[in-house]
Design a protein around this ligand. Sequence first.
Ligand SMILES: [Zn+2]
Length: 308
Amino acid sequence: MHLGGFEADSMNRRCALLPISDPELRCKLFDSLVLPILSYASEVWGVDEKIGDAAELLHRQFLKHILGARDSTANVIVLAELGRYPLCFHWWQQILRYHNRINNLYDDERLIQCAFVEGMHDPAHLFWSHKGHSWLQGDSVGLSIEDDLDVSTVIGTAKNHYAQTWHQSSLSSVARYQPLQPEYVLAPYLSAVKGFKSRKLISRFRCGCHGLHVDTGRLLPLAQQVPRGQRHCVFCASGSAEDDHHFVFDCPAYYAIRNRFTNIFWSAAPTLSSFFIILHDPKVIARFLRECFEHPGGSTVWTYPLVL
Ligand SMILES: [Zn+2]
């Protein structure tokens, strides 16, 4: 188990016992109890992001556990849903603070400062300073490492760049999800819906691991897969793909249920983003989704259990 994995498991077990399921609180607990262990000595190794891969994976698994999302859910979607950033931003913050501390040593004769300054000007020989130099001069920051740095401004700039570009992915699932998360913050329903099962239902739907045919169809062996548009709904004769929009707005199998939720279906040109973001109480949306999934003639979602 990776360093920090034991602590993450212990924290999850403790949260289950208490019980604490609030996503924001659990993320704060992670940052207080697990992140310091994952970041031990990151001032030194943090410049090599490959070294942190296992810790990043542990972080993402923790977030997927909170959401109840499938392991194969796109990482950028899971991070965006919770308004979280990859851990490397925290490590860079530690590195830059370390850089400033060394830079501010009052005695120029100190060996550590001499070595640091020499490495700064000789990037071919010191991997650490070379990597720091490269990161600061990259697209996300665009600064030089030679002076004292305002760490909070640098990290804020880098995070802002990430928040503006996270959806520039080749994954079609990211393109479909992005309109549902216009701001890079914890999705509001995660605080509004207190029940874990109802919240998980919305999370899975938004993240695309809802178990509709367009989703389950891509989990089949490659030879058995058909194009997304041909993963037809088997609960109606429309010939439409069983995707999110068809399930929520169009499928006749749920007509009677929609009639009981008329207050959330008033728009003449409904979209999933308006459905999830603008118009409605997320608790009502959770109830609607649950009724549809539990409908006897309803979706195949039960092939993928709702409760982990
Ligand atoms: Zn249908």
